[in-house]
Design a protein. Structure first.
Length: 269
């Protein structure tokens, strides 16, 4: 082979590699989307109710994070869903035990807490209830889906409750559900647990499904409409030794619960 032919061969080889990799990547994304579509409580089963999806369905990342998770990076996260103009349902989730999320492994118990509240940005926070658009929460459910190195998928964590059974009996409620924007506050679940996961799990995504009744005009009972709000929470899972899947680094995390190497740019090898 002449020198010119060898140079052409070297130039063509990388292009062929890209042509082979791209379809495989696209196929993987399609498979992830199909798997999430199969989860219970998706938009197709809303029974004609309006549906709010505030965050996209996450997928595992091959970047510096082993499983792309703001919750794991910060130890807590606040997710908002606009259910009407200027009216937001807020879901706050935080790590309870261990608080250092790099210690969340497949075998140990992983505890988190969450709260659901509502904010009407059209009125002052201290406005009386009759000036606010009310939001009632009638049910909250959480389903799960694992990301595993074997390619298998499981749904090890489930949670479902009527919020009226989780709060004191003197809280404001009706047949529509628990009133979220009262002076007593919304729904607080101090702790719940994700227990053992498959050994090869490197991430788990929680899907929160919130059934709410939303008031269109303040202090107008006839203006309520039903909605289902979905929020997705990806959580990274590490080895029992607290070792990140992509960084290969062991040791303790910072006081914020961040995993070593997360949020850092990838420098020279």
């Amino acid at each position: 082979m002449s020198k010119t032919s060898r140079r052409r061969a070297r130039a063509i080889a990388p292009a062929l590699a890209v042509a082979v990799v791209l379809p495989a990547t696209l196929t993987g994304c399609t498979q992830v989307a199909d798997l999430f579509a199969a989860l219970p409580g998706q938009a197709g089963g809303a029974g004609g109710q309006s549906v709010v999806v505030a965050t996209p369905e996450p997928a595992a990342s091959a970047s510096s994070k082993p499983f792309d998770s703001q919750f794991t990076y910060d130890g807590s996260v606040s997710l908002t869903s606009e259910v009407a103009d200027g009216l937001e349902v807020r879901l706050d989730v935080w790590a309870v035990n261990p608080k250092r999320t790099m210690e969340w492994s497949s075998t140990d118990e992983k505890q988190f807490g969450f709260a659901i509240n509502v904010v009407d940005n059209r009125v002052d926070e201290k406005a009386v209830l009759t000036q606010k658009r009310r939001v009632y929460l009638s049910s909250v459910s959480i389903s799960s889906q694992t990301a595993q190195t074997s390619g298998q998928v499981s749904n090890p964590f489930q949670f479902s409750a009527d919020p009226r059974t989780l709060v004191p009996s003197d809280t404001l409620r009706s047949d529509r559900g628990l009133l979220l924007n009262s002076f007593q506050g919304g729904l607080l679940v101090p702790t719940t647990s994700i227990r053992q996961l498959p050994n090869d799990t490197y991430g788990i995504t929680l899907e929160f499904a919130l059934n709410v009744a939303v008031e269109g005009t303040a202090n107008t009972d006839s203006s309520f409409s039903q909605q289902t709000v979905y929020q997705y929470l990806p959580i990274a899972i590490f080895t029992d030794q607290g070792q990140g899947a992509s960084s290969g680094t062991t040791g303790t995390s910072s006081s914020t619960g961040r995993a070593p190497g997360w949020g850092q740019s990838t420098g020279s090898n």
